[in-house]
Ligand binder design. Structure first.
Ligand code: UDP
Length: 414
């Protein structure tokens, strides 16, 4: 049963200590989770729920409160120095929790439900839900155990997996992006399956839409080029060395352009990758664009013959869905949540081996078969249309309601 529209208790606190929904995307610590927060808060707000997203001040120029849309807003509270890295934030959790409580009580805000995002915020969410005596819904966005199994990058903090386990034990409901993630939660964290719901991420199919490919190429100065596109953070988990090796394995490299979007100048992994590009003699072929605002991304997706995502692990992989929504086929590793919406041979290719030749092989097929690209593009767009954020918000509201119904007097007899 959905919340009744006049229920005075329709107020939900999103707890997201480090992931601000309005942060600039494409940098080292911003990505899919920020998009998920922004879109679900906005859509729930449109449905009449009041959603307050509590996050830490990360930029002194931000106001304390930013409206996202009807009934949804971001509330910044102090927790540690502004530009602190995610890895050090654990120590500021008590300050964050204290300041969320101070703000909400000063403003006389009463929440009916807490929804936390990521393990750090899950710890805060556990505490706040207990204080406010309301149910706690926990989303993790990535799991330490699964990232660790991918064996790349810096090791996760030791305490993380243990904290995730405690949060899963305490939360009334745990959300997973995919069956793959749900299985991992059950298997690696011993969570009873009925306490886990699968709720995928979504895509804005009005923003991410098919456009004239040639016009997009022209706009980006890519006329006459065959474009292989990467969009995302520049981090070891994204498998970008494999991507560089894959493009050099493509036999016919005339007119080939690898366009890489994301990764801020000066980030250690960006510096390393750029040096690698020079070493491999690929400077001519690779356009390293840096972070691009989301509203400009459809031009990039539409200018491309294929998006490639060679990640070691992806809990969902929003960029792949955004490319499909634009009618661009995707070549991606068969990992994490990607197979839930990416169908091998239908909307692109899923590559099970971490081999540059396998990626090159699939890319070559797409680069040389326009009709195949078009039919895959159409199938991709169709798939994306079934994953609008509005539908996901509707399902999320349903999950909240199922937790709250037994507690609401109005629902007692229903
Ligand atoms: N993104 C962006 N600009 C960039 C790079 C990425 O707006 O320069 C957005 C992209 O549209 C997507 C998100 O950042 O919505 C990345 O999400 P994804 O799930 O693919 O990766 P994550 O960062 O969560 O690993």
């Amino acid at each position: 049963m959905p919340f009744s529209p006049l229920d005075p208790q329709r107020r939900v606190a999103f707890i997201s200590m480090h992931g601000c929904p309005v942060a600039r995307l494409g940098e080292r610590e911003t990505g899919g989770m920020n998009v998920f927060l922004l879109q679900t808060a906005k859509e729930l707000g449109k449905r009449g729920l009041s959603v307050d997203v509590y996050t830490r001040y990360h930029d002194p120029s931000d106001p304390q409160v930013i409206e996202l849309g009807p009934n949804s807003r971001v509330i910044h509270v102090r927790a540690g120095p502004y530009f602190e890295e995610k890895g050090s934030l654990y120590w500021y959790l008590p300050q964050f929790i204290r300041n969320v409580m101070c703000y909400s009580s000063a403003e006389q805000l009463e929440y009916q439900l807490v929804h936390s995002h990521y393990w750090l915020s899950g710890r805060a969410g556990m505490f706040l839900a207990k204080q406010w005596q309301v149910p706690h819904v926990a989303s993790f966005h990535t799991l330490a155990s699964l990232k660790q199994q991918a064996y790349v990058g810096a090791p996760e903090p030791e305490m993380r997996a243990g904290a995730e386990r405690k949060i899963m034990e305490a939360a009334e409901l745990v959300l997973a992006y995919s069956d793959h993630e749900r299985d991992a939660m059950a298997r690696l964290y011993d969570v009873a399956r009925p306490r886990i719901e699968v709720l995928p991420a979504g895509v804005d199919t009005d923003v991410f839409r098919p456009m004239d490919r040639e016009a997009c190429k022209r706009e980006l100065g890519l006329e006459g080029k065959k474009v292989v596109l990467y969009v995302g953070r520049v981090e070891p988990i994204k498998g970008l060395d494999l991507l560089l090796n894959a493009v050099t394995s493509i036999e016919d490299r005339r007119d080939l352009k690898l366009v890489m979007v994301g990764g801020k100048e000066g980030e250690p992994e960006v510096v390393r990758l750029k040096a690698r590009i020079q070493e491999m003699g690929l400077a001519e072929m690779v356009w390293f664009v840096g972070p691009v605002k989301q509203e400009r991304l459809p031009t990039f997706y539409n200018a491309a013959e294929a998006l490639v995502l060679p990640s070691h692990y992806e809990s969902f992989g929003l960029v792949a869905l955004e490319a499909l929504a634009c009618g661009t086929p995707v070549v991606a590793s068969r990992v994490g949540g990607l197979p839930t919406f990416l169908k091998d041979g239908e909307t692109g290719y899923l590559v099970p081996w971490r081999s540059p030749d396998s990626f090159a092989d699939r890319l070559e097929v797409l680069l040389t078969h326009a009709a195949l690209r078009e039919s895959m593009g159409r199938a991709g767009r169709q798939k994306a249309l079934s994953l609008g954020w509005d539908r996901l918000a509707e399902r999320l509201e349903g999950k909240y309601s199922s937790l709250l119904s037994p507690l609401l007097p109005a629902a007692a007899g229903s």
